[in-house]
Design a protein around this ligand. Structure first.
Ligand code: FES
Length: 156
């Protein structure tokens, strides 16, 4: 994204770094990827809008959740460029993530609740496997840890 020329004062990359916990190099990387767009003051200083803290925080968390940069970029394109995004703008953006996040939450809850038991992965290494996945019957549903993926054994 090109650096804009604006007259008001914003935050320096150091201040943004301090508040977000992101290294300046990471902020510059996100800038190169077009995820955040600083402006220059009349004095030529590179500055960021206060709303960029939220924007960068979103990027950071989305990345931690495993979303690729390209997908994050596409989501951020839904926010307005010439004004601070409002709650409604962010709500529009979050709509696209909701279904996927719900699926991730369900999977994480299953992981939390079932990790110490049989997960239906085919290893048959726990005594509980004999009870919950006798003879690896869950494999009929496909590859992977089927119980963590939401499958259950059909009643015979
Ligand atoms: S934990 Fe792998 S099949 Fe039970």
């Amino acid at each position: 994204m090109p650096v804009r020329q604006i007259r008001h004062r914003g935050l320096s990359i150091g201040q943004i770094s301090e508040r977000t916990g992101l290294a300046p190099s990471a902020i510059r990387f996100y800038e190169e990827e077009g995820l955040v767009s600083p402006f220059r003051t009349d004095g030529g200083q590179r500055q960021y809008e206060r709303a960029d803290i939220r924007r960068l925080s979103f990027v950071m968390i989305a990345q931690q959740l495993g979303y690729p940069i390209k997908e994050i970029q596409q989501s951020l394109e839904k926010l307005p460029e010439n004004r601070t995004p409002t709650k409604a703008d962010w709500a529009r953006l979050s709509k696209g993530f909701r279904k996927d996040l719900d699926a991730k939450i369900t999977q994480m809850q299953a992981l939390r609740d079932k990790l110490d038991g049989c997960i239906g992965c085919g290893c048959l290494s726990l005594s509980a496997c004999k009870l919950y996945n006798p003879k690896d019957r869950i494999h009929k549903k496909g590859a992977g840890p089927r119980f963590l993926m939401g499958d259950t054994l059909d009643e015979d």
